[in-house]
Design a protein around this ligand. Structure first.
Ligand SMILES: *Cc1c(COP(=O)(O)O)cnc(C)c1O
Length: 422
């Protein structure tokens, strides 16, 4: 459920009319709803609580939407952060997330990033290879510290999701191979600079079936038992993110957080561990829309194109993954519907937001909303074609505020310079 609803034919974000924001901010822009962010976090947190998982921490996956105001909104609810770079750590800390609630994931942490995170005093490093464990142990020892680590193990389950967002199969680049996991813990135990107290998995994204989770959790339970039998002290189980969301309103049926929480409780509830989760998409996707204006419509013999002022530079998911997003007029009108490709102005044939969509014939300047764009939207933006990054606007109740401004062309060019010889 989200808070983007039509009132008298006009799309609103909570109590603010989208058209009003478009006048004030200009298009294209991202609009996020505070109430929706809060709701998604709370639904998951309450589901875990109801399932009896009292020792838990939800580390919001910052890469899904790393706007400071979005992170701060979640920080206020008690969220921790799952980060994959030093830059994301800087953001999370600035947004008010306590270092003791930050976990550092990612397959390519550098020594410099490790030092910065140890300096900040984060909760845990999720390490993905023996070489990474060795480096982290060295870095920590040189600083006189001990890094708490979880080994990210690859349970080799197929999450049944898109090729580019599947991470938990043997052939994916993530994690330590399942068969090497116990050796990995034994290896870590010999190193003074690390304390391996956790098992970590993350099997993919946009997962809409319970079964892959069940298989993975059962494997974790088995590994946990083996590790304890071998004398390891395991205190934390980080089960990653990956919960899918409805991208097609009214058609997609996502997993129910209550069912997911019950599954965790059923398989791992008695493990005596802190249960950690790293949801990104689930929290942010349906809390954001991309608002764009029709530049002009072009009706052709083979196809009709609606050319809009947002492009793959604002929302890359359709181009990158063939992802589907609902697209609707901001103001509902009674007009003839045709089938359109909704495309941006970028000079790439792959630049589209939606294909074969039934939409009313627009007037130039009409506004469209691209739904469920709050996760992996703005963060994946680029300035290809020297397009300024779309502003981000946060709504709460009847208020809205620009939480990332559109850069001027001057600002965009300010980091470039001409060498002396020109
Ligand atoms: C991307 C990522 C997440 C978040 O995934 P969602 O599908 O957005 O929930 C969590 N953990 C790790 C390690 C990730 O890389």
């Amino acid at each position: 459920m989200d808070h983007f609803l039509y009132r008298d034919g006009a799309l609103h974000a909570e109590d603010v009319a989208i058209a009003e924001m478009a006048e004030a901010v200009g298009t294209p822009f991202y609009c996020y709803s505070t109430a929706t962010l809060q709701r998604h976090f709370s639904v998951l947190d309450e589901a875990l609580a109801s399932a009896g998982l009292s020792d838990r921490i939800i580390c919001y996956s910052v890469k899904a939407n790393s706007n400071l105001a979005v992170i701060a909104t979640l920080a206020k609810l008690g969220a921790g952060a799952d980060i994959v770079s030093q830059g994301e750590m800087v953001r999370a800390l600035k947004a008010g997330i306590a270092p003791q609630k930050i976990v550092f994931s990612g397959v390519g942490k550098t020594a410099e990033e490790m030092r910065a995170a140890l300096e900040a005093g984060i909760l845990q490093f999720n390490v993905e290879s023996l070489a990474e464990i060795d480096l982290l142990a060295d870095v920590a020892q040189a600083m006189g510290k001990v890094a708490k680590i979880a080994l990210r193990v690859n349970p080799d389950v197929d999450a049944g999701t898109h090729e580019k967002i599947s991470t938990g199969r043997a052939e994916d680049k993530f994690g330590i191979a399942w068969d090497d996991a116990e050796a990995g813990f034994a290896h870590a135990k010999q190193l003074a600079g690390v304390d391996a107290t956790g098992i970590d998995i993350h099997i993919g994204s946009q997962i809409t079936e319970l079964e892959p989770f069940r298989l993975a959790f059962e494997k974790v339970a088995g590994l946990l038992a083996n590790l304890r039998a071998q004398g390891h002290t395991i205190e934390r189980l980080d089960l990653g993110g990956g919960l899918g969301v409805p991208y097609s309103r009214g058609n997609d049926t996502p997993l129910d957080p209550a069912t997911y929480a019950a599954l965790i409780a059923d398989i791992l509830g008695e493990a005596g561990c802190t249960i950690m989760l790293e949801p990104g998409r689930l929290i942010a996707a349906n809390a954001g829309i991309l608002v764009t204006r029709v530049i002009r419509a072009k009706q052709g013999k083979a196809k009709n194109f609606m050319i809009v002022d947002a492009a793959m530079t604002e929302l890359m998911r359709p181009t990158l993954y063939g992802a589907y997003h609902d697209i609707k007029p901001v103001t509902q009108i009674e007009a003839e519907e045709l089938v359109w490709d909704v495309v941006g102005p970028v000079c790439e044939s792959g630049d589209f937001l939606g294909q074969d969509r039934a939409l009313p014939v627009p007037e130039d300047g009409d506004l469209l909303a691209v739904f469920a764009a709050g996760a992996y939207g703005a963060v994946l933006g680029s300035s290809y074609n020297t397009r300024p990054a779309a502003p981000e606007v946060l709504v709460t109740g009847d208020q809205f505020e620009v939480v990332r401004a559109r850069p001027t062309y001057e600002a965009m060019l300010s980091r470039e310079s001409l060498p002396d010889w020109l």
